[in-house]
Design a protein around this ligand. Structure first.
Ligand code: HEM
Length: 148
């Protein structure tokens, strides 16, 4: 009787202790502020790209077609949300297929990353979250850049 009570108590304590630890460990998605915050960053990011003299020509067709622009933004939100451990599911093309034939250079890629950082800074995203997000997107470079 006494032994089973001790075991039950230990089980309760262990459950409380581990759930406390887990509760403290936020996902990047949560830390960024969830889907509304990611959507705001993506809106700004796309505006930055579409007005950036270095790369705006590549976004001209997308920016001038509202339906295409909305689909593009949704894909970006889903992609970032999913990569950050959120509940979304990215259903767009893989990065190699999506950018095939665009002739994207390393300079184009770096310009786009700068535009993303500017959007993250505008919304005061913490450095550790910025670094974590760039750490997830950075490795996609080899699938996107065709002219290093
Ligand atoms: C880490 C870097 C990048 C990420 C995460 C990214 C992400 C994406 C995603 C999710 C799509 C939509 C794919 C689909 O339609 O299924 C896309 C399309 C596109 N990307 Fe990127 N991209 C990156 C870099 C670039 C760069 C450097 C450029 C050019 C400077 C670029 C230009 C485009 C264009 C023009 C489209 C087509 C948009 C449309 O559907 O009208 N991307 N990209």
């Amino acid at each position: 009787m006494r032994k089973s009570l001790t075991i039950s108590l230990c089980a309760v304590l262990l459950t409380v202790a581990t759930s406390t630890v887990w509760a403290k460990k936020k996902t990047l998605y949560q830390s960024l502020g969830g889907t509304p915050a990611i959507t705001a960053v993506v809106d700004q990011f796309v505006t930055n790209c579409a007005t950036d003299n270095r790369i705006k020509a590549q976004f001209a067709a997308t920016a001038s077609d509202p339906a295409r622009l909305a689909a593009f933004k949704k894909n970006l939100v889903d992609q970032i949300c999913e990569a950050a451990g959120g509940p979304c599911k990215y259903t767009g093309k893989d990065m190699k297929t999506a950018h095939a034939g665009m002739g994207i250079t390393t300079a184009d890629f770096n310009a786009l990353v700068e535009d993303l950082v500017a959007a993250l800074d505008k919304f005061k995203v913490k450095k550790k979250d910025k670094d974590a997000l760039l750490g997830v997107l950075g490795p996609m470079k080899s699938d996107i850049v065709e002219k290093p």
